[in-house]
Design a protein around this ligand. Structure first.
Ligand code: PMP
Length: 328
C-alpha cells in the first residue's frame, strides 16, 4: 500500500502510508496485520506526530518560524519532532530522562536538536516541568506536550487510522495497540470506529505498568524493560478515554523479548520491544476471537509495530534475555 512513487520535495512528504503486513504467527482463521512504522524516515510511529503537531502549531500561530519547541521525551517523539523542525525552521530542545536507549539520543543530536539530560526523580511529569522552565527562558517557545495535546491523537485519527481502514476495506475486527501517551491507540480507535462501530479495542502495557487501573483493573506496580509503553502513573496522559477501550492486557518482558527475537528470526521483522509486546497481545486476541472467546465484528486483528530493533542494539535486544534485562 506504500504509494511513494513520485519524487518528493521534502522528507516530511515521506511520512505515513506505511505497509500493513500479515504476521505468519497468526492463527489462520483470524489473521493479524502489523503496521510497520519503521518505514517512516525517523524510523518510528512518532514521525507522524512530530510532523502534525509542529505544522499545526505553526498554522495556528502558536509559534512562528525561528521559534523553539521544548518537549520532554525519551526519544522517538524527539526524533519525529526534530525531523519536522529541520524542515519548518524551528529549533528543537528535548528534556531526556535517564535510562532510555542511547541510539535515540544520538539521532536527535544528529538532527540538530539540543539535548537536556534529566536525572531527577518524578519521571515524565518532572521532565515536563523542566521543559516548561526551559521554554520560559526562550523568546518564542512552546511545549507541545505529547501527553496532553489532542494533536497527538489527531495525527493518528487523520493518517494511521484511515490507512488501516482502507488497507482492510473496513474489515477490522480488533485493534490491539501499545500505550505510552495513548495517542496511537486513541487516534486509530476513533478513526476505525467511525466505520466499524463495534470494533474491539485492546490496549497493551508491560507487566508492572499501571495504566490498566483506568479500566478498574488490578495492577501490581513493578519494573519493566519494554521501552515506549507503560507507566507507573496512570494519570501521566490525558489522551486515554476509558470508555473507548474494551480491554487492557499486560505482556511480560520475557514474552516481549522472545517475540522480538522470533519476529526477526522467523518473519524478518527487526522491531523494538514494544512491537514484541504488541505482537504477542495481538496474536492472543486473534486466538480468542478464533476460539469464540472474544467478540469481534470481523475475523481480523490489527496491531502497530512502533519502531525498529536497531535502536536498541546497545541494550542487547538481540542478546540473551538476562543481558537485555541488565542481569547478566
Ligand atoms: N512504542 C514505542 C517504541 C514508543 O516510543 C511509543 C511512544 N512512547 C509507543 C510505543 C507508544 O505510542 P503512544 O505514545 O502513541 O501511545
Amino acid at each position: 500500500m506504500t504509494t511513494h512513487h513520485t519524487p518528493k520535495t521534502s522528507v516530511l512528504d515521506t511520512i505515513g502510508e506505511t505497509p500493513l503486513v500479515e504476521l505468519d504467527g497468526s492463527p489462520g482463521a483470524v489473521p493479524v496485520y502489523a503496521k510497520l512504522e519503521t518505514f517512516n524516515p525517523g524510523g518510528s510511529v512518532k514521525d507522524r506526530v512530530g510532523k502534525h503537531i509542529l505544522e499545526e502549531l505553526l498554522d495556528r500561530g502558536k509559534i512562528a518560524p525561528g521559534g523553539a519547541i521544548v518537549e520532554p521525551t525519551a526519544g522517538n517523539t524527539g526524533i519525529g519532532m526534530a525531523i519536522a523542525a529541520t524542515r519548518l525552521d524551528l529549533e528543537a530542545v528535548f528534556v531526556v530522562p535517564e535510562g532510555f536507549s542511547v541510539e535515540k539520543e544520538r539521532l536527535m543530536d544528529a538532527l540538530g536538536a539540543e539535548i537536556v539530560h534529566f536525572s531527577g526523580d518524578g519521571g515524565m511529569a518532572a521532565a515536563a516541568q523542566r521543559a516548561h522552565e526551559i521554554a520560559k527562558e526562550h523568546e518564542d517557545a512552546v511545549v507541545p506536550q505529547q501527553f496532553a495535546t489532542p494533536l497527538n491523537v489527531q495525527a493518528h485519527y487523520r493518517t494511521t487510522g484511515p490507512e488501516i481502514r482502507e488497507a482492510l476495506d473496513g474489515e477490522v475486527g480488533a485493534v490491539v495497540v501499545g500505550v505510552g501517551s495513548g495517542g496511537t491507540l486513541t487516534g486509530i480507535a476513533r478513526a476505525v470506529r467511525e466505520q466499524v462501530p463495534d470494533v474491539s479495542v485492546v490496549a497493551v502495557e508491560p507487566a508492572g505498568s499501571t495504566f490498566g487501573e483506568v479500566l478498574g483493573r488490578e495492577r501490581e506496580e513493578g519494573p519493566y524493560k519494554i521501552e515506549g509503553i507503560g507507566t507507573h502513573d496512570p494519570d501521566v496522559t490525558e489522551l486515554l478515554e476509558p470508555a473507548e477501550i474494551d480491554d487492557f492486557v499486560t505482556i511480560s518482558d520475557r514474552d516481549a523479548h522472545a517475540e522480538v527475537q522470533r519476529l526477526a528470526a522467523e518473519e524478518g521483522h527487526l522491531v523494538g520491544s514494544s512491537s514484541g509486546a504488541a505482537s504477542v497481545a495481538a496474536r492472543q486476541v486473534a486466538e480468542e476471537i478464533a476460539a469464540g472467546e472474544r467478540e469481534a465484528p470481523h475475523d481480523t486483528v490489527v496491531t502497530v509495530f512502533p519502531d525498529g530493533g536497531e535502536r536498541y542494539l546497545s541494550k542487547n535486544i538481540y542478546g540473551h534475555f538476562d543481558a537485555w534485562e541488565g542481569k547478566a
